[in-house]
Design a binder for this molecule. Structure first.
Ligand code: C2O
Ligand code: CU
Ligand code: CU
Length: 506
């Protein structure tokens, strides 16, 4: 570890603890407006106030805000989005030209938008190499043939995804359906999106992205900013009534995992995860959420009438809820059950794959690269499931860190996590388990698209590859890892009558 380069810090950073907390109202991203299911969202250079007492911050945003406008879609109703790159020609964050796809012969500013969690045909999925430069745009088709869930759109340009997202290029995308409507969950002003992300800010309010000590190779393996922004504000407040609220939470950080709780010790319910509703609400005191993951939460402020309730990450304040003294509206209740979740049996899997998550540490060549299966982006495709077949992927984490692993196109379920002897695996390439398998946490036991692959464990997921054939990607959602080779293309192959398994998974 001692050989690893330490991120070179800016001489001085803004310390959020020196700011007056809870002086700005929580902003709600505007709703994107369409004409007949057609949207146009432009990426622009903007300034945004993150706090009353901090000068405006330069961001790159969809529209005029970070997060960008929220797209509201209905299941089964297709929309088209024209994603226009209207950014300047020069990047304002440190590009590393040694990274795959970010070589010096490429335009400095490139973008391509991916709808995370979307069941999208390959041409509209935002393949990282399909980036385009300022002045160009791409039109993407989103069929929305999927269940109600909180998705999000974000840049995915090869080798600079971490920088473009840090700059602010992301927004929310809500899919709704009749089954969710029928639950009567809090709606309108009682349903609040919360996109939470960490940043480093300089005292003048500007974003600071750490760089290594090598000017020509500034990439850093990961870092955790000390400023936590909620919908683009530092330490905001939200006035709420003493009733039940629904919060649609996204961890939009590059690398930070959040552990969120309410400072008054009250519990809350998680009703949904990445790909939609859970079978039943899960009562929680603390929510652990990795980059890329979403959580659908219900919080009842009824018992906290007239009080101020602070949302915390570990011991740090994130935002404040100011609970009203009176209740103007129906308080609402937590439904007992939410959705029927089909559990694909392990026996339905046509194939099992073992995938390693590894650290490749060559201090002479580059600081520290993380690889999937020991392969790099440009190596030939190795994951090539046949459409309409189910597979079990074992994510064998050989590193010291948890990696949030995300697959495009599909939804999956977590089967279990099981500790194994990492040292022995490194020597013999054989898995020797050293403990029992743990089932997923109750709040992960629904449809997922991003899974925490914990260190020292084999995390197994069961995935049905369906809906489209073609080229997609899977990767770690720590964006610094993703940008430096912890991402692989995969192909969904067309089925043949012999190889395609029948649809019956249950
Ligand atoms: Cu949210 Cu491939 O990413
Ligand atoms: Cu995705
Ligand atoms: Cu990773």
């Amino acid at each position: 570890m001692g050989d690893r380069p330490r991120p070179r810090m800016a001489p001085k950073l803004l310390d959020p603890e020196t700011l007056a907390p809870f002086v700005d109202a929580l902003p709600i991203p505007p709703l994107a407006r369409s004409s007949g299911g057609r949207y146009r969202l432009a990426m622009r250079d903007i300034e945004q106030k993150v706090h009353r007492d901090v000068p405006p911050t330069r961001f790159w945003a969809f529209g005029q805000s970070v997060p960008g406008p929220t797209i509201e879609a209905r299941s089964g109703e297709a929309v088209t989005v024209e994603w226009a790159n209207e950014l300047p020609a020069r990047h304002f964050l440190p590009i590393d030209h040694n990274l795959m796809g970010a070589e010096a012969d490429k335009p400095e500013v490139r973008a391509i938008v991916h709808l995370h969690g979307g069941r999208v045909p390959p041409a509209s999925d935002g393949y990282p190499e399909n980036w385009y430069a300022p002045g160009r745009s791409q039109s993407a088709d989103y069929p929305n043939r999927q269940e109600a869930a909180l998705l999000w759109y974000h840049d995915h340009a090869m080798g600079i995804t971490r920088l473009n997202n840090y700059a602010g290029l992301f927004g929310l995308y809500v899919v709704r359906d009749a089954a969710e409507d029928a639950l009567g969950l809090p709606r309108g002003e009682f349903e609040i999106p919360l996109a939470i992300f960490d940043r480093f800010l300089e005292p003048d309010g500007q974003l600071y992205y750490p760089a290594s000590q090598w000017a020509k190779a500034p990439w850093v393996p990961e870092f955790f900013g000390n400023s936590i922004l909620v919908n683009g504000k530092l330490l905001p407040y939200l006035e709420v009534e003493a009733r039940l609220y629904r919060f649609r939470l996204l961890n939009a950080s590059n690398a930070r995992f959040f552990r969120l709780s309410l400072a008054n010790g009250q519990s809350f319910w998680q009703i949904g995860t990445d790909q939609g509703l859970l079978a039943a609400p899960v009562e929680l005191k603390r929510l652990a959420i990795a980059p890329g993951e979403r959580a659908d939460l219900l919080i009842d402020f009824g018992p906290a009438q007239g009080a101020q309730v602070v949302l915390r990450n570990e011991v740090y304040d994130v935002m404040q809820f100011r609970v009203g003294k009176t209740v103007q509206s129906e308080r609402g209740g937590v439904p007992a059950t939410l959705a029927a979740i089909e559990r694909p049996p392990e026996a339905s899997a046509a194939r099992a794959r073992e995938m390693t998550l590894e650290e490749y540490d060559d201090v002479l060549a580059e600081p520290m690269t993380h690889l999937l299966n020991g392969k790099r982006w440009r190596d030939p495709v190795t994951e090539n499931p046949v459409v309409n077949t189910t597979e079990i992927w074992s994510l064998i984490n050989l590193t010291d860190d948890a990696h949030p692993i995300h697959l495009h196109l599909v939804r999956f379920q977590i089967l279990d996590r099981r500790p194994f002897d990492v040292t022995e695996y490194l020597l013999s390439k054989k898995i020797r388990y050293v403990g029992e398998a743990f089932p997923p946490e109750p709040n992960e036991a629904g449809w997922k698209d991003t899974v925490k692959a914990t260190p020292g464990a084999v995390t197994r997921i069961i995935v049905k590859f369906e809906h489209y054939t073609g080229r997609y990607v899977w990767h770690c959602h720590i964006l610094e890892h993703e940008d430096n080779e912890m991402m692989r293309p995969y192909d969904v192959l067309p089925g043949t009558p012999q190889s395609a398994k029948p649809e019956s998974a249950g």
